[in-house]
Design a protein around this ligand. Structure first.
Ligand SMILES: NC(=O)c1ccc[n+]([C@@H]2O[C@H](COP(=O)([O-])OP(=O)(O)OC[C@H]3O[C@@H](n4cnc5c(N)ncnc54)[C@H](OP(=O)(O)O)[C@@H]3O)[C@@H](O)[C@H]2O)c1
Length: 332
């Protein structure tokens, strides 16, 4: 398993990480049994896939709790990341929330601690100073960020904090970060952790048309503004999205690869990417997704996939916030 260094830290993680958002179940993902979680976590650890990503905000803390339970007795084999929500970054609140995450995860340190979204209501300076203190105290091993754009990265770096990773939405149909964020991360030695490589199943070939996609997964800018849970106010790119999916399906078939593996391998091969985080609800999905770690795509194939998905990038533009329109984008 290819392992890559996290920015300037001495932490190494496998190029494929396990996303734990569904753990504990909830409104977005529906039921997720603890038994499936434990099977996935143990099977992942057994094959060296030992990086697990959660957040205090996932299912009101139940994701952290579920992961903590699953790792009981094997915590020392795992690398855990969690995330502090931006509104909880006032120093004393942040400290308390970090303690709460540690308790739910049943551990005394978190390897990678991300600020989940850019901080808008609290002091950026105080937040990052507190995070660096937590690192010096050994409560966390890396200060990292998530969904930060170039201006927000500059603000965070100006605090003097060492920032190792930026976790961002990145998949064949969501490539806005390539425009400005990836170049800046590479320049600053901040590793990219790409999330949603399967675009929540669409890039695994699970849905043949828009109508088959569950409502919550239709709230991104790829879909029309009148989809039930959309809040972006844009016309979407449904035609381009499904044309690209069909093209990717054909390439996967010709290459003899499951579409999920092709999609994940594309993200893993991209410049600046340290790790790709994929969700797996059960052992079957994990087995298929883990196969991507063995797939190496030649540059010609990557270029064809880029070309095929360019119309989606052109239509959705440079806004890396796939949930809110340009005027309201949370990423700048
Ligand atoms: N920092 C952030 O703001 C942020 C935002 C989103 C995600 N994340 C992180 O990134 C992780 C991954 O993102 P994600 O879970 O949203 O999206 P994803 O990895 O693209 O999709 C995962 C979902 O796709 C389905 N799936 C997985 N493997 C499959 C396969 N082989 N065949 C068919 N369907 C398959 C499963 O859902 P069903 O079986 O229900 O279809 C699974 O829950 C999250 O768990 C989280 O840790 C971070």
């Amino acid at each position: 398993m290819d392992r890559r260094k996290c920015g300037k830290s001495d932490i190494e993680i496998p190029v494929l990480g396990i996303g734990c958002w569904s753990y504990g179940g909830g409104d977005y993902w529906g039921e997720q049994t603890q038994r499936d979680v434990e099977e996935v976590v143990h099977a992942a650890l057994d094959q060296g896939l030992n990086y697990f990503d959660t957040a205090e905000g996932y299912n009101d803390g139940r994701s952290e709790e579920s992961l903590g339970k699953a790792l009981k007795g094997r915590r020392d084999q795992a690398i855990i990341s969690s995330k502090i929500s931006p509104n909880n970054t006032e120093p004393s609140v942040l400290r308390q929330h970090c303690e709460d995450s540690l308790r739910r995860l049943q551990t005394d340190y978190i390897d990678i601690y991300y600020v989940h979204w850019p901080i808008t209501e609290q002091s950026v300076q105080d937040a990052f100073a507190t995070l660096m203190d937590l690192r010096d105290e050994g409560k966390i091993r890396s200060v990292s960020i998530s969904n930060f754009g170039v201006e927000q990265m500059s603000e965070a770096l100006a605090t003097g904090a060492q920032i190792d990773l930026n976790q961002l939405c990145y998949n064949l149909l969501s490539r806005a970060i390539e425009i400005e964020i990836v170049p800046m991360c590479r320049e600053q030695e901040i590793g990219i952790v790409g999330y949603m490589p399967l675009f929540q199943g669409l890039l695994a070939g699970k849905y043949a048309c828009v109508d088959e996609v569950p409502e919550p997964r239709k709230r991104t800018r790829h879909f029309r503004q009148d989809r039930a849970q959309a809040r972006h106010g844009e016309s979407g790119a449904e035609e381009e999205t499904f044309a690209a999916i069909e093209g990717i399906r054909e390439i996967a078939l010709a290459e003899g690869l499951p579409m999920a593996q092709l999609s994940i391998a594309w993200a893993m091969a991209k410049p600046g990417v340290t790790c790709v985080l994929v969700g797996a609800r059960n052992r079957g999905q994990l087995a298929e997704n883990a196969g991507a770690a063995e797939v190496s795509l030649d540059p010609g194939l990557i270029a064809r996939l880029d070309e095929l998905t360019q119309p989606v990038l052109d239509k959705l533009g440079a806004n890396p916030d796939y949930w809110q329109g340009s005027g309201e984008s949370r990423i700048r």
